[in-house]
Design a protein. Structure first.
Ligand code: BTN
Length: 273
């Protein structure tokens, strides 16, 4: 663990651990917007909460907040994201996207995390809408995007991602559905390399959103091929929809075919059958 450098709220900022620092240095030329400002904590409530607070105070695009463990890690739909020490990557980045790119940021992130895992490990994850990352039918990574706006500033997005590195004691309710990179590979994994590859891929796909969003959608479709054209149950607010997930549209909404009509699902819970 590195030495303490700064106080921020109740948490102590540390130097980036040596394994992570070495990998980030090796990938420096590919980190783009994420190459300079990384805040590393040994323990934190939620990296998303910290990054949202920093973004509100004007933190630059590309600011990275990461921790060895989270005591209040959050997932989508109000769920808890289990974040035991050293068992995963817990990372949030501050983005300030152009307006038209906002709806596609989470899909670009899914593509990037899947690609980063593939580059670093050789494993080929699949995506499930909107951006769950799966290996062999089990979830290995998740993404939580949250928007905010500081006073007088355009919208910012904090994009948090958690990658299961080792098979820590998953809580019973997720143990059957989750996996880790080490379980899939059967060997130890270099978390610094996974982080560097994910940030490099995120930098490239995020930049692509401004110039060629269609290319990001196409890459998302390729990685989600095994989950499209399958029966789904979607819960949107109080409404439950049963149908077949056909595709995504240009804004990243899931298109679900339900007896003769196609319904756009913008958010909500999706169960794949
Ligand atoms: C999901 O439910 O699939 C999304 C999980 C997102 C977890 C990450 S870990 C880093 C960041 N901080 C959080 O509190 N959540 C996200």
């Amino acid at each position: 663990m590195g030495s303490l450098t700064t106080h921020r709220g109740n948490h102590l900022r540390h130097e980036v651990p040596a394994d992570v620092r070495d990998a980030l240095q090796a990938y420096a030329s590919r980190l783009g917007v994420f190459d300079s400002d990384i805040w590393w904590y040994h323990e934190i409530g939620s990296t998303n909460d910290a990054a949202l607070a920093m973004a509100e105070r004007g933190a630059a695009e590309g600011t990275v907040v990461a921790a060895d463990l989270q005591t209040a890690g959050r997932g989508r739909q109000g769920r808890v994201w289990s974040s035991p020490p050293g068992a995963g990557l817990y990372v949030s980045v501050v983005l300030r996207p152009v307006f038209r790119a906002v709806p596609l940021v989470t899909l670009a992130a899914g593509v990037a995390i899947a690609e980063g895992i593939r580059t670093a490990s050789g494993l080929t994850p699949a995506l499930k809408w909107p951006n769950d990352v799966y290996l062999g039918g089990h979830k290995v990574a998740g993404i939580l995007a949250e928007a905010g706006a500081g006073e007088g500033r355009p919208i910012h997005i904090v994009l948090g991602f958690g990658v299961n590195i080792s098979q820590a004691s998953f809580p019973p309710e997720i143990a059957m559905r989750a996996t880790s990179l080490e379980r899939e590979l059967g060997r130890p994994v270099d978390r610094g390399l996974i982080l560097a590859c994910c940030l490099a891929a995120l930098s490239s796909h995020y930049a692509q959103l401004s110039v060629d969003p269609g290319a990001v959608l196409q890459q998302w479709r390729l990685r989600a091929a095994s989950t499209l054209h399958r029966p789904v149950t979607c819960t949107v607010g109080q409404r439950t929809i049963e149908g077949v997930a056909e595709d995504i549209d240009d804004d990243g909404a899931l298109l679900v075919r339900v007896t003769g009509e196609t319904i756009r699902v913008v958010s909500g819970e999706v169960i794949w059958h």
